[in-house]
Design a protein around this ligand. Structure first.
Ligand code: FES
Length: 112
């Protein structure tokens, strides 16, 4: 199933939600599953950092959007829980966020 949105709705540095995907533009368009592997925050409400990673809106875990792997664990009080970051990172290596495909057709983006 494919869904469209105008490219003008997704300027560089922004993220939005399209069905089950968090769709963003970090210079390249990307689509990843939108539920954070920590406590299932909606990653469509996240942000993009200087490395082009997707940052969770709740506790600021970071994902590599090309692999779906968490590259920084949850921050704040969660960062002080022994073993939590290593456990979640290992989990996302085994079960990364799903990745979708974003194709550009004129001024439309197709997400599938
Ligand atoms: S829910 Fe995403 S880091 Fe906690």
């Amino acid at each position: 199933m494919s869904h469209d949105l105008p490219a003008s709705d997704l300027p560089e540095g922004t993220v939005t939600g399209v069905d089950g995907f968090a769709v963003g533009n970090n210079g390249d368009y990307f689509a990843v599953g939108r539920r954070c592997r920590h406590l299932r925050a909606d990653l469509a409400g996240g942000s993009i950092d200087d490395d082009g990673c997707l940052v969770c809106p709740w506790h600021h875990a970071k994902y590599d959007v090309t692999t779906g792997v968490m590259v920084r664990g949850p921050q704040g009080t969660f960062a002080r829980i022994p073993g939590l970051e290593a456990t979640i990172k290992a989990f996302t290596k085994a079960v990364p966020l799903k990745r979708g495909t974003v194709t550009v057709d004129g001024d439309q983006l197709h997400v599938s």
